[in-house]
Write a protein that binds this ligand. Structure first.
Ligand SMILES: *Cc1c(COP(=O)(O)O)cnc(C)c1O
Length: 390
């Protein structure tokens, strides 16, 4: 018997093919390391374009900001969603046209708004009176889109509460923006990352329809809806295909707006990059807490601080693979640092072979998004997660 992701790997030929390369590549390298398969990201982007021809894509670069990743997407014609001036400057350094960049963070310093505007950024997200005023003061006349508050029900990694405002407040902001000579351009929302309930887009789009009508009564024709990220990657629990998301979301859009719907923007992060990454980690120690305790603790050399932040509350469950043959046994998987919150999976028991030994490698799949950029600078002296592209 093998562990539970064995079938997952056999089912996914692309990963299986790359797996041999990855094993070879990581053989003599210091662990932990992240390997990113660039071709896979390209395929994911092409698939998105095929399945969602009705959208314009702004890659949410915080998911994986490696230069090589940004460049492959740039060369394929993608636009980019940046959250800070650092991200904006990185994109400009790589030759991305400022017209293809949005400043998508609603939390901005005045000086950063000015910096972005001077560099040619003309599309800003906003969700508050304070931010609308700051944009008008430092960046005369750009397009602004207003972020709606949404519930993140159904998302494995919620993004609710912090961003967006209630539709009534958005109504006021749209009017305010016009007064301040900004161009009220559209609306945005994010239904929560790894959102498995496609119906959440329907709820948010109904709010957009309401606001389009309210704005029109004020004489303002909004032109765009940014339906955010939230599209899934292949973790332990299966998700619908991007094709299914596309079909359903287009149906919701047409129900609310008809055939001549507004311009639709998406901001995928996870769904473009997660599947392209594999982390190779080494088993540091295997122990038990007492003789009678049922479960082994398997300590590996990467944990929450090394890049697996999304294991907080066991939100994201990565497929974990061992090549060893043996009987499967349920274990607790733990990070290497001296912080006791650095336990990866305790409630959900992963099944690993009982022949697993210290020094063996484990392969953590679907780790191309929200891993390296989360890894700490030197917690316990551990260097940030090293990434290689193949
Ligand atoms: C992080 C982020 C995204 C990306 O979300 P995913 O669920 O990773 O696709 C999109 N839009 C905004 C504004 C974000 O902050």
């Amino acid at each position: 018997m093998r562990n539970e992701v064995y079938n997952f790997i056999l089912d996914d030929f692309i990963i299986l093919k790359v797996f041999k390369t990855i094993k070879e590549f990581s053989k003599d390298k210091e662990t932990p390391l992240l390997i990113v398969d660039l071709a896979r990201i390209g395929e994911k982007y092409d698939e998105l374009v095929r399945k969602m021809p009705f959208v314009k894509t702004y890659y949410a670069m915080k998911a994986n900001p490696l230069d090589e990743v940004l460049l492959i997407l740039k060369n394929k014609g993608s636009c980019f969603d940046a959250g800070t001036v650092y991200e904006i400057d990185r994109l400009l350094d790589l030759g991305v046209d400022p017209e293809k960049i949005s400043f998508g963070n609603t939390i901005k310093k005045e000086k950063d708004i000015e910096h972005a505007f001077k560099k040619g950024i003309r599309l800003f997200a906003t969700d508050s009176d304070s931010d609308v005023k700051k944009i008008a003061k430092r960046a005369p006349g750009p397009k602004v889109f207003f972020r709606l508050l949404t519930e993140s029900d159904g998302a494995d990694w919620p993004l609710s509460r912090k961003f967006g405002a209630h539709p009534d407040m958005i109504h006021e902001l749209i009017v305010k923006a016009r007064e301040l000579e900004l161009e009220p351009y559209g609306l945005s929302f994010h239904v929560g990352s790894q959102q498995c309930d496609i119906g959440q887009w329907d709820n948010a789009l109904s709010k957009c329809k309401y606001l389009f009508e309210v704005a029109l009564q004020e004489g303002i024709q909004l032109k765009m809806i940014n339906i955010g990220g939230g599209f899934p990657a292949s973790y332990l629990s299966p998700a619908n295909s991007i094709g299914t998301y596309a079909k359903e979301i287009l149906r919701f859009i047409k129900e609310d707006f008809g055939e001549n719907h507004p311009e639709i923007i998406i901001e995928p992060g996870r769904s473009l990059t997660a599947d392209a990454g594999i982390i190779v980690t080494e088993v540091v120690m295997i122990s038990k807490k007492s003789k009678l305790n049922q479960y082994k603790w398997v300590y590996v050399d990467i944990g929450k601080f090394g890049g697996l932040m999304e294991t907080i509350d066991e939100c994201i469950k990565y497929p974990i693979y061992s090549e060893k043959e043996g009987n499967g046994e349920e274990v607790i998987i733990v990070g290497p640092t001296c912080d006791s919150m650095d336990i990866l999976y305790e409630d959900h028991k992963y099944v690993l072979p009982d022949t697993l030994k210290e020094g063996d490698h484990l392969y953590i799949f679907t780790t191309g998004a929200y891993t390296q950029s989360y890894s700490s600078v030197s917690f316990n002296g551990i260097p940030p997660l090293k990434a290689y592209v193949i």
